[in-house]
Write a protein that binds this ligand. Structure first.
Ligand code: PLP
Length: 380
């Protein structure tokens, strides 16, 4: 193929969708059987596929979004008006908003440097302080940010000690593991997202992972308007219209076939960046702690200063390459500035100096080289 101007400088996205080619078979089948509804063989099949992949006693309920899954998890944990729910401050806003949907208050907790996720020391301090102030938190929302698992052992030890359940937000971590156990199986409830930018996508969608068939049934009931049994359309509780459709689930069935391949490709991106940029003192990458495996949903690096980070974003943008600052923590958001927050400076530092690089599984070697060459040129 002739190399021309346009593909030399073609747009490189941060994390674009990457179809496997299998999706349309499942969608065609749905059309053929007229399962054009939020019920059907793809819905059940995708749930089975997820359960098989997670390889634990887990029950998947596929939904319209990851946000809906968090909302249902908190509802099933009986979070109500006036309750407090602990959440990692370093995350995307969707982790926290469902707390407010339920009339509860988010209590924000900062990160540790080893995983960029919830600091166990600060978590325990927070729980003690909230109890002293008169309210025991109802739940802990722990995030596997950018695919890096949180400190599972310590966070769950604290959860057990104080008897506060964990909602594991694995929206970014499908395919990540700790000591061979898959992310999405650690929480009392766990959630996955299949939004357009995630490691596998259904265009939009999510899943709630529960630990028993009974809980799965309850989730399904709430996700389908909480209609009581029988023909009468009788309702005793508030429900939602959160079910995934059979068409969308078809996309998921085609995507999950290649999840492990996509994990390997995203890890390849990360390894490329690490290796090519290792001699630049101003750049550091987050290493996996012993036993951890990150799907490297996004490859993120820390720069020495905010100025360097901002310069690099601009340089990449001028060369038609999308990059992004690391998530702005919730305690710095206008929306959550008044929420109680237990801070140690780690998330502020990550926000100021963190840069997410293009991380799609469809990136080519040439594109990866184009990106790293540009970054190297900045420091030369
Ligand atoms: C994407 C994302 C969500 C929300 O998932 P949606 O499917 O987009 O609703 C929640 N938490 C985190 C950390 C995410 O990145």
């Amino acid at each position: 193929m002739a190399i021309n101007e346009s593909n030399l400088n073609s747009r490189i996205w941060l994390s674009p969708p990457h179809m496997s080619g299998h999706e349309q078979e499942f969608i065609k089948e749905a059309f053929k059987l007229n399962w054009i509804a939020p019920v059907g063989p793809n819905v059940n099949g995708f749930e089975k596929d997820i359960e098989t992949y997670l390889d634990q006693e887990s029950y998947a309920t596929v939904l319209s979004s990851g946000t809906a899954a968090i909302h249902l998890a908190l509802t099933l944990l009986n979070v109500k008006q006036g309750d407090e729910v602990i959440c990692q401050t370093k995350t995307f806003v969707a982790s926290v908003n469902p707390v407010v949907y339920l009339g509860a208050t988010p209590i924000l907790v900062d990160s540790e440097e080893q995983t960029w996720n919830m600091c166990p020391v600060l978590l325990e301090k927070t729980i003690k302080d909230r109890i002293n102030k008169g309210k025991k938190p109802k739940a802990i929302i722990a995030i596997n940010l950018y695919g890096m698992p949180y400190n599972v052992k310590q966070i769950h030890a604290i959860s057990n000690q104080y008897n506060i359940p964990v909602v594991e937000d694995s929206a970014e971590a499908f395919g990540s593991q700790v000591n061979g156990q898959k992310c999405g199986t650690f929480g009392d409830f766990s959630i996955l997202s299949f939004n357009g930018n995630k490691i596998i996508t259904t265009s939009g969608g999510g899943a709630l992972i529960s630990k028993s068939e009974t809980l799965k049934k309850k989730a399904l009931f709430l996700a389908t308007q909480a209609k009581e049994e029988g023909l009468e359309y009788e309702h005793k509780t508030i429900g939602y219209n959160y079910r995934m459709t059979n068409i969308i689930a078809g996309v998921g069935r085609g995507q999950i076939k290649v999840l492990d391949k996509y994990v390997a490709l995203r890890q390849r991106n990360y390894n490329h960046y690490c290796k090519q940029l290792q001699n630049i003192d101003a750049i550091t990458f987050l290493q996996e702690p012993e036993g951890f495996s990150s799907n490297r949903w996004l490859s993120c690096m820390l720069l020495d200063t905010k100025q360097t980070r901002d310069d690099l974003i601009k340089l990449l943008k001028n060369n038609n390459i999308e990059s992004r600052p690391s998530w702005k923590p919730m305690h710095l958001q206008p929306l959550y500035k008044d929420a109680p927050a237990y801070l140690n400076g780690v998330s502020n530092n990550l926000y100021e100096k963190g840069l997410c690089l293009p991380s799609g599984s469809s990136l080519t070697e040439a594109e990866l080289n184009r990106i790293t060459k540009l970054i190297i040129s900045y420091f030369d």
